[in-house]
Design a binder for this molecule. Structure first.
Ligand code: WT7
Length: 662
């Protein structure tokens, strides 16, 4: 574990504030304290009970099949349709007129309310259209879209016909899109001409066109017209959504698929350059996301004549949070939610708070990086709005600093709404560690404890649980229903990455460091591997290094994540130029930053690039990123005794202090 960790440990243990659950919330909570013991007695039976939340075409015979670890199977023998569970069954229950989505476009007048009945029609039309385009159960479909209702319709339409989707974040570049399309061999891409970002239309289709020059697996591209921008058109491949979806029949009978039928593949960074295709399947994933959404956010969906909660998760559907807590969990629970297309500061910095006031949002779920940026702008902006509707606040993506937690609670939550700090991962599919808002006395900065039915621990190098008051590695000690099933096409990497770190069989290694405090509550401290967390998004150092090295002027690159006040961590790069590039020219830093943007996307753009003559390496040639991190974080450089050339770090440190911040 890094030295940062020890420092963080010391700081955190000084935190003594506690926030009891509001009495009214506790009295009516969806899940109460007894759930923990009840679930612990027989976790499989507990998850079997939770599975009753869904509508199954055929009941399962076994809740958990653990005969071939780590290839666990859940609800074997069961059959269901995810789209039916998220849409049709609510309509059949008489909730067709209930709003599923309050969609808010970035241009202020651009809004659309979509009821469950309308959603059912649109999803059915899209399912019919995809079938007509030749998509069959098992075929993969890539989705590269802005935050518009059609993105959700597209995901549900894929699920409806059993075609696993892979949603690629709209901020990723053409290259990143192409490699994901290629890895899972997506036959169709669903996209749009563009979306609105920061007050202006921002194009998407050109990146798809470019991606298609790098891979030849795609037969059709289905394009939503959102901005009306000019788009290049290839009649053999491109199809307008309004031509084939809007004209399709609204009748579609969903087929029931096996509980273990693949639902989607989501790519996430690993410690090697190649992103990992996390595979989630149908039954267990829906059980896990719907139960945790019900438990952690205490959602009261309301009924045909009684208004329930208005839920808003600000994540992009391109990340797992959007999958689990915008699409599958909330819709399976019949929630009414806000879906917002744009950025928080468009057209002005109070846009989010205006939306909360306007729609009476009661449950709000966002990321620490956003909270910190609002903190910086000051409370005068949110204070202009009436946010008294808010009753629960969620946080996800990285550790939330105690100060940000308290600010969030006081300013956005009116000092009433509890904050739930939810720890989970793309791989876990569902929230694993979190307070329960009607049960837990929250501690600012702590995710507290595992949810009912989930078992985690903090262990040392040998896999032995650490005592309270100490730190170690976070592990999940028993399978859970929405766990990843494998890495797309790579069972070995799945086993090696997640299940081989500790000798004890059945320990899932999350890659995070954590601490158990004196009460046994958990404080997640961040990644222990070569993976960074920038604004709640996971990026791999190797991936960015590979991008830098693909530039003709770069010989070698080392990337580290350095602490950043706004984004949690920021990308810092150290590069050695090729001899023929000389000093690279005046604009070398800008040129390289542009290059990374193009290769991976704006989110990976280095905050800082330092051109160096040498990189610190061990005798075996391994780059010592720990030392570079010291430099990037302005710390005294740690132990250099294993360096092949001890003077290298002096030069780098000097270069660092000479370079300007940007
Ligand atoms: C990594 C997973 C889960 C959706 C968003 C990110 C970090 C996530 C917390 C939290 C401390 C957190 C961990 C984790 N993380 N939530 N509440 N407290 N750290 O998904 O890209 O799969 O990243 O995000 O380091 O391993 P992801």
């Amino acid at each position: 574990m890094t030295t940062v960790t020890n420092e963080t440990l010391a700081n955190l243990s000084r935190e003594e504030r506690r926030f009891e659950p509001p009495a009214e919330l506790a009295a009516a909570a969806n899940v109460t304290a007894d759930a923990y013991d009840h679930a612990a007695k027989d976790p499989a039976a507990f998850w079997g009970e939770q599975a009753e939340r869904l509508t199954w075409a055929e009941r399962w015979s076994t809740v958990l099949d653990d005969s071939n670890p780590p290839f666990y199977k859940w609800f074997t023998g069961g059959k269901l349709n995810a789209s039916y569970n998220c849409v049709d069954r609510h309509v059949e229950a008489g909730l067709g007129d209930k709003v599923a989505l309050h969609w808010v476009g970035e241009p202020v007048a651009d809004t659309r309310d979509i009821t469950y009945a309308q959603l059912k029609d649109e999803v059915s039309q899209a399912a019919n259209a995809l079938t007509a385009l030749g998509v069959e159960a098992g075929d993969r479909v890539a989705i590269y879209m802005p935050m518009i209702p059609e993105a959700i319709v597209a995901m549900l339409a894929c699920a409806r016909i059993g075609a696993p989707h892979t949603v690629v974040f709209g901020g990723f570049s053409a290259d990143a899109l192409a490699s994901r399309i290629d890895d899972c061999q997506a036959k169709v891409v669903i996209t749009s001409d563009g979306g609105y970002r920061r007050g202006a239309p921002s194009a998407l289709k050109p990146a798809v066109d470019e991606a298609l020059t790098k891979t030849d697996v795609v037969h059709k591209v289905l394009v939503v017209r959102r901005t009306g921008q000019e788009v290049a058109w290839n009649d053999d491949v491109d199809v307008w959504w309004h031509d084939v979806v809007d004209t399709a029949s609204t009748e579609h009978t969903p087929e029931a698929f096996d509980a273990e039928h693949p639902l989607y593949v989501m790519y996430t960074s690993g410690t090697t350059g190649k992103p990992k295709g996390i595979l989630h399947t149908t039954g267990g994933y829906l059980v896990g996301t719907s139960y945790t959404h019900h438990a952690v956010f205490d959602l009261k969906p309301g009924s045909a004549d009684e208004k329930g909660d208005v839920y808003w998760c600000t994540a992009d559907i391109g990340w797992v949070t959007g999958h689990s807590y915008i699409v599958y969990g909330p819709l399976a629970n019949g929630a009414t939610q806000v879906l917002y297309e744009g950025t928080p500061d468009s057209p002005e910095r109070g846009r989010w708070w205006e939306i909360i006031e306007q729609y009476g949002v009661t449950i709000f779920y966002t990321a620490p990086t956003a909270i910190r940026s609002f903190m910086k702008q000051g409370r005068a902006i949110p204070d202009q709005r009436d946010m008294s509707s808010v009753r629960i606040l969620g946080s996800v993506g990285e550790p939330i600093n105690p100060e940000a937690y308290v600010w969030y609670r006081q300013v956005i939550g009116g000092d009433r709404a509890p904050v739930v700090d939810t720890w989970w991962q793309t791989e876990t599919g569902m929230i694993m560690i979190s307070p329960l808002p009607g049960v837990t006395a929250g501690k600012p900065g702590s995710a507290m404890k595992a949810l009912p039915g989930v078992s985690v621990d903090v262990v040392d190098d040998e896999g032995t649980p650490v005592p309270n008051g100490s730190g170690g590695y976070l592990v999940v000690t028993a399978p859970w229903p929405s766990m990843l099933r494998t890495l797309w096409g790579d069972d070995d990497r799945y086993r090696d990455t997640y299940w081989s770190r500790f000798k004890k069989q059945g320990y899932y290694f999350a890659g995070d460091g954590a601490k158990k405090d004196e009460d046994g509550d958990i404080w997640v401290l961040g990644r222990v591997d070569d993976v960074m967390n920038v604004s709640g998004h996971r990026l791999s150092t190797t991936e960015i290094e590979s991008a830098l090295v693909s530039h003709p002027k770069v010989a070698e690159a080392a990337v580290v994540g350095a602490k950043d006040e706004d984004t949690g961590q920021a990308v810092c790069a150290f590069v050695i130029l090729r001899e023929e590039a000389g000093d690279g020219g005046d604009d070398i830093v800008q040129e390289l930053r542009q290059h990374v943007r193009k290769e991976i996307g704006p989110i990976a753009t280095p905050r800082q690039i330092l051109v160096v003559a040498e990189l610190p390496k061990t005798r075996s040639g391994k780059i010592m990123r720990r030392l570079l991190r010291d430099v990037a974080e302005n710390r005294e450089v740690g132990d250099v005794t294993t360096l092949a050339d001890g003077s290298v770090m002096d030069l780098i440190s000097k270069g660092m202090s000479a370079s300007s911040e940007d």
